[in-house]
Design a binder for this molecule. Sequence first.
Ligand code: SAM
Length: 281
Amino acid sequence: MLSYLHSFHAGNFADVLKHSISVHILDYMTQKPKVLFYLDTHSGTGAFSLKQAEAQKNQEYLNGIGQLWDLKTQQNLPGLVKNYLDLVAEFNAESTLNHYPGSPWFAQFLLREFDRASLFELHPREFKTLTANFADDRRLKAFQADGFHACLSQLPPKEKRGYILMDPPYEVKQDYQTAVNSLIAAHKKFATGTYALWYPVVDRYRIDELENTFVKSGIRNIQLFELGIHKDGEQGMTSSGMIVINPPWTLKAAADEALAFLVKQLAPKTGFFRSEQLVAE
Ligand code: SAM
C-alpha cells in the first residue's frame, strides 16, 4: 500500500515514547565496550522538517515534542526524558524547534565508530531520502526491502549483540500479526537480542491480541510501556506503546519515572500510562 509518510506525524506523542525508550536502550547498550549491531526494520527518512507542509498539516508535533521543548533546560527532569530531549536539541542546532530526528538518526548519533547498523525502508521516496541523509556514514547500510522479512537475513548478527527496532505503519490490519510473526521468527534466530516493537492503540482489542500472542509465544523477559493521551474508544490513535524483549535492566525504573512525568506534561487530564513486566525473565 505504502501511502504512509512519517513526516505528517513526526514528533507527535507516539514518537516521544518510541524515541525516548529507544534512546535509553541504545545508551545502555553502547556503555559496554563491545561492538553493537542496530537494525531498524521500518526506518523512515531519519530526519524531518517541522516547518514544511506535511508536518504543518495537522501539527501533530504540538502534542508531543512541542510540549517538551521548552522544558529541556529544566533541572530534575527524569533521566530518560532528559537524554532524549538533549538529542532532539542537538539535532536542531538552533534554539528553535524546527526539525525532528527519526529513529536512524538517534542510532547514528549513539553508535560508536566500531558499531554497525542496517536500515530497511520500502517506500521509494523515503528510501531515496534515507540514503541521501546517511550516505556519508559507512557504519550504516540502507536496504530498500520489506523489513518484516528481510530483517531475518541479518540475524543472528556477527557481533552477537544487537538491538532491533520494529516500527511499522500499521496501514493494513495484517501488520499487527505480521509484526508478531516476524519478531518471533527473529527471536528464534537470535534469542539474546534486544527487540522493541512500537504499536498504536486505535482498537484496543488488537493490542490485547498482540499482548496475548507474545505471552503465549514462549519468549521470556518482555516488558510493555504505553503512553495514552485519550481514553480508549475515542477517535484515532489515543495511545501508543513499545513492547520490549530482553530490555536493559535499567529500563523499567527509568520508564516508570519518565512516563509519570510525560503524562502530566502531555495530557494531565485525560492521559494514562502502563509500565508492565508482560512476561517474567
Ligand atoms: N522508524 C521511523 C522513525 O521512528 O523515525 C518511522 C517509521 S514509519 C512509522 C514507518 C515506515 O515504514 C514508513 O517510512 C514506511 O514507508 C515504511 N514501510 C512501510 N512498509 C514497510 C515494509 N514492509 N518494510 C520496510 N519499510 C516499510
